[in-house]
Design a protein around this ligand. Structure first.
Ligand code: NOJ
Length: 562
């Protein structure tokens, strides 16, 4: 008896300890929301989104219930890569506004209990950054701020030092005639790679973090972290045979020397320390790494709270079966280190929209999975209203990833389709701008697909997403057990159970025809449950009670029962 009491006491203390330890981790069991500033809301009518536009729409994000907004880059930039080429890491580009505008945004966000997360782009600067010409001139310590290499002379002709390729096609090296050397750029030529073997550079970037935390920022999303460090031998990367891709495409090489190098993790740790020593709330770190499962997990150990899980973008698609979903999700969940939270990225500015990847009928499916599974969900602006890609012609294409691929292949690589303006209402330019001409064209479906049309309907994409965001706070979702079950051939079930009497179940029909199943038997759930949320088009009314022993799931429908 005494032993049992002691054990119960010990377990209570343990869980209280874990709760206390995690209490300041405000992002736990929430949705984080990505704002792509150029496309969110234009406050001054120039056709490009800006900070005042975002500030004017913060109530929308508070209404949605997300914990934090992550802003894609807002810094001074020549916009070669639409802000990911930064000419001044500690100032705001005039197209977006001023530092004062930023302070107003942060202040209003605080009053609405929203956290603000900035994009930290440490791998490269713009070639228009003040450091670059100093590096060209070999002025110390800037001479070593970038990666410079001598040319390789082949039969008297100057060639790049090795075969490394840019993510945006072609050699990753550009010749500089003044310094008489090549510089490395893993992205556009206007984005020279920074050299993390320079301690002076490392210190500069820590100061960038200090600058923004002093201005009230609650965390960072670290851009393309695996590319920070390159192998110092500068050897050719091995070719992948028979890719069917042109030789200029980075998909033809195994990036064993330009990505995932061991020193990367220590750099992350040093940034964690900088953020931890700042005042105010605990800071979140989200890391962008398109890498293996084991290396994704490794980021947790070095200070990332949300090493992005891109499985719904790069591993699963509209051809995947319920078994594929189960296998990949289970494997991921089983790999999460003790005490850490999983995360689920629904969409981002580099990937086709969820509604286009999975089909409009299934647009709610991925947000629903992200809500029902434990951990953090990550939404991209527009996901909440079911926005879809807007295909662009070659003439309309502006993304360097598309432009560099040329007219024959731009539509495979361009990210413009998922970056079109947010559709607020059915007025001029979807209410995004007073200007009828916007930096990317508005999707023509905006007259019917817009926030205003969805806002007050609980069965719209918006109404559903709002309920999904709220669901993250449900104790069953926060602490219940998780089980994925394939029921028959076409249905995936995700069951969350807190105890005998508290169950939430998500059921997804992968078939394009209606299915009736005995979900109570397959999933071991009560025979009578009520509908919390059902996908748009399913025509299942929220609130009704259903008999799960003969559950009717319309074609491609998803439903959450409690
Ligand atoms: C990843 C960003 O998400 C993408 O938009 C950008 O082009 C590259 N990193 C380079 O910064």
């Amino acid at each position: 008896m005494l032993r049992r009491t002691l054990l119960v006491l010990f377990l209570c203390t343990l869980s209280e300890y874990t709760l206390a330890q995690n209490a300041d981790e405000w992002w736990r069991d929430t949705f984080v929301y990505q704002v792509y500033p150029r496309s969110f809301k234009d406050g001054n009518g120039d056709g490009v989104g800006d900070l005042n536009g975002i500030t004017s729409k913060l109530e929308h994000l508070a209404d949605l219930g997300i914990s934090a907004l992550w802003l894609s880059p807002i810094y001074t930039s020549p916009m070669v890569d639409f802000g990911y080429d930064i000419a001044n890491f500690t100032n705001i580009d005039s197209i977006f506004g001023t530092l004062d505008d930023f302070s107003r945004l942060v202040a209003k966000a605080k009053t609405l209990k929203l956290k603000v997360v900035l994009d930290f782009v440490p791998n490269h600067s713009s070639d228009k950054h003040a450091w670059f010409p100093k590096s060209v001139q070999k002025i110390k310590p800037y001479d070593e701020y970038y990666i410079w290499k001598d040319a390789k002379m082949v039969n008297g002709t100057r060639k790049p030092p090795n075969n490394w390729l840019s993510a945006f096609q072609g050699s990753a090296w550009t010749w500089n005639d003044q310094r008489k050397q090549y510089y490395l750029h893993q992205f556009a030529a206007g984005q020279p790679d920074l050299n993390y073997r320079s301690t002076a550079l490392q210190e500069e970037m820590k100061n960038v973090l200090r600058f923004w935390t002093n201005r009230g920022v609650d965390g960072i999303r670290i851009d393309t972290i695996p590319n920070l460090i390159e192998d110092s031998r500068f050897l050719d990367e091995p070719k992948i045979p028979n890719t069917g891709l042109p030789d200029t495409d980075p998909g033809t090489l195994q990036h064993i020397y330009t990505a995932d190098q061991d020193e990367t993790y220590d750099i992350l740790k040093s940034w964690r320390q900088v953020l931890d020593s700042s005042n105010g709330t605990r800071k979140i770190i989200l890391t962008e790494a398109w890498t293996s499962l084991s290396l994704t997990m490794k980021y947790y150990n070095y200070g990332s709270n949300v090493p992005f899980n891109f499985m719904f973008i790069n591993q699963l698609n509209n051809q995947s079966s319920p078994l594929d979903f189960k296998r990949i999700i289970d494997r991921y969940l089983n790999s999460i280190p003790q005490g850490q939270q999983p995360n689920w990225v629904v969409g981002n500015h580099d990937s086709h929209r969820a509604g286009s990847r999975y089909g409009e009928q299934r647009a709610d499916q991925i947000p629903m999975i992200a809500a029902v599974l434990p951990g953090v969900g990550v939404l991209y602006n527009g996901d909440e209203i079911g926005m879809i890609d807007r295909p662009l012609s070659w003439a309309e294409t502006v993304d360097p990833a598309g432009c560099n691929a040329g007219p024959g292949r731009y539509n495979v690589t361009s990210r413009d389709p998922e970056r079109t303006p947010f559709q607020w209402d059915s007025t001029t330019s979807a209410g995004f701008s007073t200007n009828p001409k916007t930096w990317l064209p508005v999707h023509p479906n905006y007259k019917t697909l817009n926030l205003a049309a969805q806002k007050s309907s609980p069965t719209s994409h918006y109404g559903i997403t709002k309920q999904l965001v709220a669901l993250k706070k449900d104790p069953i979702i926060r602490t219940g057990s998780t089980q994925l079950i394939v029921a028959g051939e076409n249905v995936l079930g995700i069951v969350r159970r807190l105890d005998q009497s508290r169950t939430i179940a998500l059921l997804i029909n992968f078939a394009n025809k209606p299915i009736t199943i005995d979900a109570s038997a397959w999933l071991n759930i009560p025979t009578s449950m009520s509908v919390l949320v059902a996908s748009v088009g399913s025509k299942i009314a929220p609130g009704i009670r259903v008999n799960t022993a003969a559950l009717n799931l319309p074609a491609a429908a998803s439903v959450i029962l409690k």
